[in-house]
Design a protein around this ligand. Structure first.
Ligand code: F0G
Length: 809
């Protein structure tokens, strides 16, 4: 099975969302070998070594497969030392507990199988000991994800909050908060501390807080529990990180490194004077205290001592921190902070929300920046490092105690290149690996571009949801993508489509001729029109609808009164009717789209010398929402209206003809199913939902003809413009803004100062203070007239006419 198949299986049977995200960001490596500080992945025929700085989230203190630990495990297997001998005297556990007590003090140890189980055991013992039910933990703490432990885990407890021990979270930087907590501590069973928050972003606990908690627990006789699951075993320079803080713990929790990277084991150490004997019965486990795990751990403790690992971690870690700090000083806008002790180091990146690169803004906004940098380090530099789950911009460095300094130097150099690429906004350097590009040096794309982010200075606010009409429009959106070919841009977009959500890009104040203003936000979906079309075709639109809904929510939460949907978003959202988010007015902008389309058709007539009043207008696909409104509104303007529909005698068509006659009394309306009848028409509006071209040169009159083709994919075959250059094929019209001459956003293929009519309608609703839905569901002539009038009032006029090739005239 190759890596791709394994990823698919893992996604199918184990972790769908994570598999998808890993693939999207480029962290989907499969490793088949591990030794020391390296993991190996297969790429083609090659087994590629990758420097492993993730180090098992801190568990790999001894390096993968430390030879002495491998020998010990082999010895145990060869000697047939029992693995399963429950309800007997557990010799391995006895020896390991004694060895731990020699390091930590007179504690009784309960062995477990994981970190979280160790935390569970501590919760249970504290309750047994004190009879109380409330615990304290620190904001951003991580103590595991089992039902009890998750209550103590700041970022992941929310769905389970009412379902276990009560926990109060203290802010370690706010003495007033500690005092407030102390005033309500009657039901306090114990206090949990991580001496250095690990998963919470590698943050050492502030000394004043540690002092205060220590004193508080002593005075009130509350058990103080230090969770050294990640920080313990010498990783931070002392056997326990709490030693350095001067904490005298009542319970000590160990796991991760305790197993030497070979076995799964945890230890709950309880000060003998506090140990409740009954607990030996109330916390047991099938696998706990097994000789194999305990004796491998015992050997690990011996190796730790023999090789002086805590001192090594301290020395190597200090030099690493120095180098990272020097890097931070050179890249203060890329690296925010370097934190930690020994070989537990966190490098917090700055977000790049103000980068000239929209891609970097998007990655920052979506919290993928840290993952993008990680993926770059992995794929380009063969260095494995990841952010913590809850702190996605903090890269955590936790190699083994044996890491060679040259390896860490290599990491610092690679990180330097990443910082340089961030500073230069060189996206292709960072992401090129994902589309098969090998990066050369870093190129500078950091020159500021006329993209705007104006904070709103007025209450009237609207937003518009757009997407990339074609992949090549991404170059307008982010010029640093230029080294990518169109096909590569498209590949990049497809790869990330399912995980990237909506982001706000440009924000500007748009001015009306009346002098009024509205604040406009462009919310971009990183999707192309083709992806919308494919999703519609496959009837697999829910995932896009989720993004559209998320964009509507984003707009509402930003204080917008109106959200406009781009063309395909309107279709996916069934002309707005699928949107569920309350508190914001929705518009598809279709009324003004029709209105500007009518004006464009008239202008095209003027250009070609066709007089509508003397002409026959054919409306192809006349049953549709937009086309039927066009037909109705043009009926009175032309000599004859011809509806081209599949079934001329259907009740729907008959009702439509009736409605047109009511709207434009005296209009001449005919109905046909035959495209050959187009030969008699000077004007054609085409809006079928056919999957390919339906109008060919032979369908057209030999005299001048204007075709307005608003269907996607186009109805008019490209051969028409080749064979009949005199035929004018247009798609519709765009709006010219009265001011804002330099406005251009979202990679839209329009000249500065011009916007799509649907966007214009959204902005006009904001200017007019319209709070109910605008174009929503079916378009009506009244709606079209209304928005044309509003457009006129504010000086939003037909700007250009778009031709079939997407050119503007
Ligand atoms: N306590 C601490 C301080 C931890 O860092 C972890 C796990 C646990 C408890 C739970 O241990 O996973 O064996 O159940 N930390 C990992 C991390 C997941 O990313 O830091 P577990």
């Amino acid at each position: 099975m190759d890596d791709r198949e394994l990823l698919e299986l893992w996604g199918l049977y184990c972790r769908p969302a994570i598999a998808r995200t890993m693939r999207a960001v480029g962290l989907d490596a499969v490793y088949e070998r591990a030794e020391g500080d390296y993991l190996w992945r297969r790429q083609g025929d090659e087994l590629v070594p990758v420097l492993d700085l993730v180090g098992g989230y801190g568990a790999n203190l001894f390096g993968h497969y430390h030879p002495d630990l491998v020998a010990e495990e082999r010895r145990l297997a060869d000697a047939r030392v029992p693995f399963l001998a429950q309800a007997s005297v557990r010799g391995g556990a006895a020896r390991l507990a004694k060895a731990l007590a020699e390091r930590v003090g007179d504690y009784v140890t309960i062995f477990t199988n994981s970190g979280a189980e160790t935390v569970e055991a501590a919760l249970k013992h504290a309750h047994l000991e004190t009879g109380k039910l409330t615990f304290w933990a620190v904001k951003n703490a991580f103590h595991g994800k089992t039902l009890g432990a998750v209550q103590l885990t700041w970022s992941y407890r929310e769905p389970y909050e009412d379902w276990g021990p009560k926990v109060r979270f203290l802010d370690p930087d706010d003495p007033a908060d500690w005092e407030a907590a102390a005033a309500e501590a009657d039901d306090l069973a114990a206090v949990f501390l991580e001496p250095i928050l690990g998963e919470g972003g590698v943050r050492p606990l502030p000394q004043p807080f540690a002092d205060w908690v220590g004193a508080f627990c002593r005075e009130r006789d509350v058990p103080l529990i230090v969770d050294e699951i990640q920080s313990g075993m010498g990783r931070t320079g002392s056997f326990l990180a709490s030693e350095a803080l001067g904490i005298d713990p009542d319970y000590v929790l160990l796991s991760k490194g305790l197993g030497g990277g070979m076995v799964k084991i945890g230890a709950l150490m309880i000060r003998r004077s506090r140990f409740v004997e009954e607990f030996s019965i109330t916390h047991t486990s099938t696998f706990a205290e097994d000789d194999r795990s305990c004796l491998v751990s015992l050997k690990a403790l011996e190796v730790l001592e023999r090789d002086g690992l805590p001192a090594r971690c301290a020395a190597v870690g200090a030099r690493l921190a120095e180098k990272l700090e020097a890097l931070r000083a050179r890249f203060p806008e890329q690296i925010k902070e370097v934190r930690g002790h020994g070989l537990m180091v966190g490098v917090e990146l700055h977000d790049q929300i103000d980068s000239p690169s929209n891609t970097l803004r998007m990655l920052s906004d979506q919290k993928y920046l840290g993952y993008a940098v990680s993926a770059y380090l992995l794929n380009v530099h063969r260095i494995r490092i990841v952010p913590t789950l809850s702190q996605p911009r903090t890269l955590r460095v936790q190699p083994s105690a044996y890491i060679a300094e040259a390896e860490l130097d290599r990491f610092v150099r690679a990180l330097e290149q990443a910082c340089e690429a961030l500073r230069c906004a060189d996206v292709s350097h960072l992401l090129g690996f994902g589309v098969g590009l090998t990066p050369n040096g870093v190129s500078d794309y950091s020159a500021p571009r006329p993209l705007k982010r104006e904070r709103p200075r007025i209450a009237k606010r609207v937003a518009f949801i757009g997407h990339l009409v074609a992949p090549e429009h991404a170059y307008h959106w982010d010029p640093s993508l230029e080294p990518f070919g169109v096909e590569q841009v498209e590949r990049q977009i497809y790869k990330t489509a399912r995980v990237i959500g909506p982001s706000i890009y440009d924000q500007v104040h748009v001015r009306s001729e009346t002098g009024e203003e509205v604040h406009f936000s462009f919310i971009g979906l990183y999707l192309t029109s083709a992806q919308f079309a494919e999703a519609l075709e496959a009837r697999d639109t829910d995932w896009i609808m989720e993004k559209v809904e998320a964009a509507v929510e984003l707009a509402r939460d930003e204080g917008c009164q109106v959200i406009g949907l781009g063309g395909y978003s309107s279709i996916i959202a069934r002309n707005g009717k699928r949107i569920r988010t309350p508190g914001i007015a929705v518009t598809t902008g279709n009324s003004l789209t029709v209105g500007m389309g009518l004006l464009a058709l008239k202008r095209a007539c003027e250009d070609t010398g066709i007089d509508p009043a003397q002409s026959t207008l054919a409306v192809v696909g006349a049953n549709g929402n937009i086309a039927s409104t066009y037909a109705m509104m043009m009926a009175g303007e032309v000599a004859e209206l011809m509806l081209v529909v599949r079934d001329p005698s259907s009740p729907r068509t008959r009702a439509q003809v009736e409605a047109i006659r009511n709207y434009a009394p005296g209009a001449k309306v005919t109905v046909t199913a035959d495209l050959a009848d187009l030969r008699h028409c000077q004007l054609i509006l085409s809006a079928s939902n056919a999957a390919g071209s339906i109008i060919f040169p032979e369908h057209l009159s030999p005299d001048p003809v204007v075709v307005c083709d608003i269907s996607l994919p186009a109805d008019v075959d490209p051969s028409v413009e080749l064979v009949r250059p005199d035929v004018k094929v247009i798609q519709g019209g765009v709006v010219r803004l009265p001011y804002n001459d330099d406005l251009r956003f979202g990679g839209q293929p329009l000249e500065p100062g011009f916007i799509y009519a649907c966007t214009a309608e959204t902005i006009l609703m904001g200017l007019e203070g319209i709070r109910e839905h605008g174009s929503y569901g079916a378009v009506t002539p009244e709606g079209v007239h209304r928005f044309l009038a509003v457009a006129e009032k504010h000086g939003f006029r037909l700007g250009q006419v778009q031709t079939a090739q997407g050119h503007w005239r």
